[in-house]
Design a protein around this ligand. Structure first.
Ligand SMILES: *[C@@H]1O[C@H](CO)[C@@H](O)[C@H](O)[C@H]1NC(C)=O
Ligand SMILES: *[C@@H]1O[C@H](CO)[C@@H](O)[C@H](O)[C@H]1NC(C)=O
Length: 539
């Protein structure tokens, strides 16, 4: 039996145990974790139904014996690490005491301290079975198209209208006329610009979204616009203000938005030191149950035309107490990890994580040097979260002048050149996963015209159903970290210039605007939800 608690502490470097000498035991641990995971995967594979819309198998975990998903067989059950302990270099996040008052009476709390670059919540589960790396250097444009099974046959009567509209849209998109030139869309960024353009146009013409007015504040309807979870807040704000897509009559809607904030749930419902997400999951279960009892819409599709938008790392796990919410609902989340059995490619949507430092001007300081004036080959600085960064540091810190790989940027270096200035002056910005697969660095690199190098196995990249990530980023498998420099030097100067130009052209698709404009981040996210909704229908 593994002493998981100790193991996880070591893995995360908590308690100061994992110095250089800890590597041998770390590797041993990794092997143990991997074999445990393999056993678990074997036992649970029959439960991971890819046809997620089907009637779910009976649940074998009652709320009393709540375990985080995926729940391994009893003998291999994970013990969660204590949340109160952190690496010595990170100040613990401010814990907000949970009020016993009903959620609607809780006053909004001040936003958590964001002094550190990356004030992430440490995970409640140990790092996943991450040492089973995917095959080599894998350009994302080779990902297989989603296989999503269709919903039950179109409904009858009034309900049928929205189905028929979506089927019509899907037909139109399949027959999209070939676009040779479009002033607003740069074709090399897209897998198929004709399809994207047509799909976007059909979305503008057809899509109607209903937003539930239910839900207590501040857990619902209260957008936060700053920090690393800002994406969910910006989406909520812009969706609730929207007049083009939002419809008051739910009978006309193709999609239903559950307007809650995963960050607010974490702030107000997590019991400090409890190491349990259960209160958050219970809130969501009850919230959905109240909506499904009050309105007919949830039961029609068992939640498959409903969506949530959530950027906190825990968001995917906290859907687990409601079968339909977990399996059917379109989860638009930053933690888009297909290895955990929760996020489903082609159904769920990878939400771009944007670190907004100044909500009043989210585009402050964007831009960077041209390719010819980028003197640094590769740059990374950040906290040692998760499984990938320690390996990156081990191979590249202080080894090579071209590879500027740091832990937190040392003061004497930061005094000469800031973090952002480094991003603006580097050819490649390394974006290794943190505790979870996502990282705000990817969008940051895009803002500063730096070609992102993404290291996170099993991560579904934002908008991958329409964008060709191979055109403007490099995806490196975790096992190839030792070859990182070789991989980057293997990219010719000409190809690099092309990629960097593409990053600049891509930027507008990743920008928040106070008043959304065509093809900006808000619309790209909405488009992905729309596009995945169409996957429900076969022609
Ligand atoms: C893009 O999709 C359209 C419509 O399906 C198709 O006619 C066209 O050949 C595709 N273009 C490319 C480059 O694959
Ligand atoms: C939807 O289904 C649930 C569970 O079967 C049921 O309790 C609820 O009353 C139904 N809602 C409506 C509006 O009929």
């Amino acid at each position: 039996m593994i002493d998981y608690e100790k193991a996880v502490d070591r893995c995360l470097g908590w308690g100061g145990g994992a110095g250089a000498g800890g590597w041998r035991s770390l590797l041993l641990l990794v092997a143990l974790v991997a074999s445990t995971a393999a056993l678990y995967a074997f036992f649970s594979s029959t439960l991971r139904v890819s046809a997620w819309f089907l009637v779910p198998p009976p649940s074998n975990s009652s709320p009393e014996e709540f375990v985080l998903l995926p729940s391994p067989p009893p003998t291999h059950r994970h013990t969660r690490p204590p949340l109160g302990r952190h690496p010595a270099s990170t100040p613990p996040p401010t814990e907000v005491p949970v009020s016993t008052a009903s959620p609607s009476l809780i006053a909004p709390s001040p936003s958590p301290a964001e002094g550190a670059y990356d004030p992430k919540t440490p995970p409640l589960v140990p790092d996943g079975p991450g040492f089973t790396p995917s095959p080599g250097f894998l350009p994302v444009s080779t990902v297989t198209p989603p296989s999503v099974a269709p919903l039950p046959p179109p409904r009858v009567g009034d309900d049928a209208m929205t189905d028929l509209q979506l089927i019509h849209a899907k037909k139109e998109i399949a027959g999209a006329p070939v676009v040779l030139h479009d002033p607003d869309l740069y074709a090399p960024l897209f897998r198929n610009v004709s399809v994207f353009k047509k799909s976007y146009k059909m979305m503008e013409r057809i899509l109607k979204v209903y937003i539930y007015e239910d839900g207590p504040k501040p857990l619902c309807h209260t957008p936060h616009l700053d920090g690393i979870y800002a994406s969910e807040g910006w989406f909520m704000k812009l969706m609730e203000e929207n007049t083009r897509f939002v419809v008051k009559d739910p009978n006309k809607a193709h999609l239903f938005y559950l307007p809650y904030s995963s960050r607010q749930l974490r702030t107000h419902l997590y019991v400090a030191g409890s190491r349990s997400m259960q209160p958050l999951s219970i809130f969501l279960r009850d919230y959905v149950n109240s909506i499904s009892a009050k309105y007919p819409f949830w039961n029609r599709t068992r939640g498959a035309d409903h969506f949530l938008v959530a950027c906190h790392d825990w968001a995917t796990y906290t859907t687990n107490l409601h079968e339909d919410l977990r399996k059917n609902t379109i989860k638009v989340v930053c933690n888009a990890d297909v290895s955990e059995g929760v996020f489903v490619r082609g159904k769920d949507v990878s939400l771009a994580e944007t670190y907004v430092r100044t909500p009043n001007s989210p585009r402050k300081a964007i831009g960077g040097r041209p390719a010819s004036r980028r003197s640094i080959l590769a740059f990374f600085a950040g906290q040692m979260h998760g499984r990938v960064r320690p390996i990156l540091l081990r191979y590249w810190r202080g080894r090579d002048r071209d590879m500027r790989i740091y832990e937190v940027l040392p003061d004497e270096i930061a005094a000469k050149m800031s973090y952002i200035e480094h991003m603006k002056s580097s050819k490649f910005c390394i974006c290794p996963m943190g505790y979870e697969v996502n990282s705000p660095r990817i969008v940051e690199a895009i803002y500063y015209d730096c070609v992102p190098v993404i290291i996170a196995n099993n991560f579904v990249l934002p908008f991958e159903e329409v964008l060709d990530w191979g055109a403007f980023s490099v995806v490196v498998a975790e096992k190839d970290i030792p070859k990182l420099k070789q991989i980057l030097l293997g990219i010719s100067g000409r190809r690099y210039v092309r990629m960097q130009t593409n990053v600049r052209r891509l930027r507008k698709h990743f920008l928040w605007n106070d008043k959304p404009v065509k093809y900006d981040l808000f619309h790209m996210i909405l488009h992905s939800i729309w596009y995945n909704r169409l996957n429900h229908y076969s022609l």
